[in-house]
Design a protein. Structure first.
Length: 350
């Protein structure tokens, strides 16, 4: 390929969707999984598919549990290293969200070799390796294919003490909900694809999506932390609902308390929203009481997050410690956004 006369295409132009907005809609995924054959899992499998948790967990012995997860997607940005870094950060997040520490990753690579130069592909992988180096783990192997759309991600293994695994199903009535990162990544990605995102907005997008959710293991060590997950492709409402269904509780979200990335509300008001937001609402909207909230608020709360923040359910007297851990590790906008209460599984906006 002559890159002097034929510059490589924008990465986002090669994919029909980007980041965690590529996820199969939750309602469709649920229908697919319900049709799969069931089997009796071994007793050592502490976490499987039963509550749509972030990763599988297998007990190795009394002191160690193995956490296994995989995550990959198409480009959400055009800069190759940034794409690789975002995808790797997103994949590692699932281990942190279970309360574990990653130990090793394998690369998942699908690239259109007739379209992308090899140095572009190399830069994508380099971005992922740099993030893994920050996490203190190697990319120890992987698998690659020639594909129609560019795809990159990781399979990640981690470890935790079996008693410190934090599932998404163990919230308790009266628990407080804390969100680690502000929302709006899907809105920023939609604006980028429409050439409506300025340089400051792009820097914000990359900064938040490449911030590792490293507080996860420290949070899991707090006795008052009962449940955790991370907010990704199903939006804040979707992942809060997963916690509600698992625990058999209702969540009350304080809309005004939910942190947003700078400029996101204004961009969403201009129509910079993703199709995934609409699909998310169609999948689970019947379990949400909007409480008079407008369409813009709905779009923000269903906005698909790529490498989003930790969503923590903790006892009221643990809130100070939870916010302290998050802010100590650089999550300055971490905030209390609601609470769990008794009632049918669902979310009520206030």
């Amino acid at each position: 390929m002559d890159t002097q006369t034929n510059p490589p295409p924008r990465l986002t132009s090669l994919s029909h969707g980007g980041g965690c907005g590529c996820k199969i809609a939750p309602g469709v995924l649920d229908a697919i999984l319900r049709a799969q054959p069931m089997f009796q899992p071994p007793a050592a499998l502490l976490v499987g598919t039963e509550t749509a948790d972030d990763a599988a967990v297998y007990r190795l012995n009394d002191e160690q549990a193995l956490i296994a997860t995989t995550d990959f997607f198409m480009p959400i940005v055009d800069e190759p290293e940034d794409f690789g870094a975002i995808a790797a950060t997103n994949a590692l997040s699932d281990v942190y969200a279970m309360g574990g520490r990653p130990i090793m990753a394998l690369a998942i690579v699908g690239m259109p070799l007739a379209t992308l130069p090899l140095d572009t592909i190399g830069a994508i992988l380099r971005g992922g390796q740099q993030v893994c180096a920050r996490a203190g783990i190697p990319v120890a192997g992987g698998h690659s294919i020639d594909s129609v759309e560019p795809i990159y991600g990781l399979a990640v293994l981690g470890l935790a003490h079996p008693s410190r695994i934090r599932r998404n199903r163990d919230a308790r009535a009266g628990d407080v909900l804390v969100l680690g990162k502000p929302l709006g990544v899907g809105v920023l990605s939609a604006a980028l694809k429409k050439d409506a995102l300025d340089a400051a907005g792009y820097r914000t997008m990359v900064e938040t999506t490449t911030r590792l959710n490293t507080p996860g293991p420290r949070l899991a060590e707090l006795d008052g932390v009962h449940a955790m997950t991370d907010v990704t492709g199903f939006g804040l409402l979707g992942h809060a609902l997963e916690m509600c269904r698992g625990a058999g509780l209702r969540a009350r979200l304080e809309v005004a308390a939910v942190p947003l990335l700078p400029g996101v509300r204004e961009l969403a008001a201009r129509g910079m929203v993703t199709g995934a937001s609409t699909r998310n609402w169609a999948s689970y909207g019947e379990q949400v009481d909007l409480g008079g909230a407008d369409a813009l608020t709905r779009a923000l709360l269903t906005d698909p997050q790529t490498s989003g923040g930790l969503l923590v359910s903790c006892a009221p007297d643990a809130v100070g410690a939870v916010l302290g851990v998050l802010r100590d590790e650089g999550f300055a906008q971490a905030a209390v956004i609601g609470a769990f209460e008794r009632g049918d599984a669902g979310v009520r906006l206030a």
